[in-house]
Design a protein around this ligand. Sequence first.
Ligand code: PLP
Length: 347
Amino acid sequence: MKEYHPPLGSRDALRLDFNENTLACSPKVREALGRISAGSLTRYPEREPVEAIVAAHLGLAAAQVALTNGVDEAIHVLFGAFLDAGDELLLPVPTYTMYEIYASATDARVVTVQAGDDLQFPFERLLAAITPRTKIVAIANPNSPSGSAATRAQLIEIASRAPQAVLLVDEAYFHFHGETVMDLIGVVPNLVVARTFSKAYGLAGLRLGLLAGPVELMRWVRRVLSPYSVNSLALACLSPALEDSTYLDWYVGEVLAARAEFEAVLDAAGVRHWPSRANFVLVEVGARHAEFVRLMRAAGVLVRDRSSDPGCDGRVRITIGTREQMRQAALALNEILAALQIKGQAQ
Ligand SMILES: Cc1ncc(COP(=O)(O)O)c(C=O)c1O
């Protein structure tokens, strides 16, 4: 297996490096945490009643939804359930790192399809890469680190052209994008959708995600899933998080406004960036990317170097937080771009 070391370290700064919510979870979730009794912690967590709640929220049957320890566990379990020797996992790249990491724990082969310079979803080439051995097609939608998205029609076409495979649509950044294929669960027979509470909901520390799919597929997933991998604190927070749509809408609205402002800052600085449907933006920094990241850190702003991602040399991903936070980030960015003489790369 490949090793994966998240570059966490000391993160006592403006955290624009992991696409988290940069502020806080809903106050309703904090209240729910405060109500947890010592006695309740003595019990093993019961996932099923909460699965029924989240399924109802999504308009699905409880048997179509499994809660997981973050989407990472959903990916791990799905790959463990379906990928055997001789199978192929098909991935457009660059994409979320953990697909390849978890695939490397199986005997399947990873087949990647490189996006072009525009980093748009490589639809036609992905279709052409489907073979009878394709067992899973994993698509982050919107994708990280590019921020681009596949259309609903493209996803439906992929599912129908690979009926022998499971199509995983990872909607980790759904709230910022606003488009989903969740309503096609059970309609498209080989479609599964993942969602996380780590991003817009601001609960990355609780590790809470879900996988939705047709009952027959979810049966296999449940065989591999640990019965207690979602802890009782996370389970207690799920309903209050779902119910507080006011907080969620406010946070998403704030991020979208901040993204537009920050993109204008990048345009004014003459720095190339890719259109984003999520809470981050990929920025062309060029050969001095490592220095850029280091100087941003010294200025109190953490950003993520994506140079080692396929086709991303010299590119840095910057999470979008609130407008106030992004104004602080813009000040640091402009100073460092000037110090490193990075500009005029906009196209
Ligand atoms: C596309 C994508 N999927 C899943 C995850 C991880 O989600 P979770 O925190 O629920 O494991 C991330 C986190 O960065 C991501 O970018």
